[in-house]
Ligand binder design. Structure first.
Ligand code: E4P
Length: 220
């Protein structure tokens, strides 16, 4: 399972990249706005900066703002030309699915976002999406089961031999990461806090302290 970080914060991206386990980045317009990145030129510059931090062969999702087919194609082509790492993130709408199909025929990678059902997952796969982003946390927020959706999509994609990768998004906790891995996600995209949470175990801390204490006693 690949690890993407879900942020536009350059320090968080650097920190995750330094761990040596980062495979890519996802952003969205809300995450860009949170970092104060506004205006087309600054937004494009920021995407380029993210691509340069993560290095070659690491996919970076950049989302289109247009909601109509023609606008999505124009915007997506410009984003794809920015850097070879760029994956065009497109919302799950009628125009979005049409655009994904066109991008697929142009060999432009896509990430179909805002996915909340198995039916939407089938449409995105049929259109040739590279990645599919079901939003686990937002489903849990309304007391449905986000992980169950990942299981369902995983079963369908395996049965139908679809090539689209399941990118579990809207991850909130380290437990979500483990559950997504068990449910068959190909990728998880998560905030730095969820990734760092995976490291934590009191027995690791206690065991390491004991090893160091024993070494000190024996060696002075
Ligand atoms: C996915 O690519 C989205 O950027 C993201 O995971 C949404 O997460 P949120 O529900 O925490 O906003």
């Amino acid at each position: 399972m690949l690890f993407f970080i879900d942020t536009a914060n350059l320090n968080h991206i650097r920190e995750a990249a330094e761990l040596g386990i980062l495979d890519g980045v996802t952003t969205n317009p809300s995450l860009m706005a949170k970092e104060g990145i506004t205006g087309e030129a600054n937004i494009l510059k920021h995407y380029r900066e993210i691509c340069n931090i993560v290095g070659p062969d690491k996919d970076v999702s950049a989302e289109v703002i247009s909601t109509d087919y023609a606008g999505m194609i124009k915007e997506g082509k410009a984003l794809a030309e920015l850097h070879e790492n760029i994956v065009v993130k497109v919302p799950m709408t009628v125009d979005g699915v049409k655009a994904i199909s066109t991008f697929s025929s142009m060999d432009i990678k896509t990430n179909c976002t805002l996915v909340f059902s198995a039916g939407q997952a089938i449409l995105a796969a049929k259109a040739g999406a590279t990645y599919l982003s079901p939003f686990i946390g937002r489903i849990d927020d309304i007391t449905w089961d986000g992980i169950k959706l990942i299981e369902e999509i995983s079963e369908i994609y395996t049965m139908q031999a679809y090539d689209t990768a399941i990118l579990a998004a809207s991850i909130r906790t380290p437990l979500h990461i483990v559950q997504a891995a068990k449910a068959g996600a190909d990728v998880v995209t998560c905030p730095l806090s969820a990734i760092m949470g995976l490291f934590k175990h009191p027995l690791t801390d206690i065991g390491l302290a004991q090893f160091l204490a024993d070494h000190k006693k024996a060696n002075g």
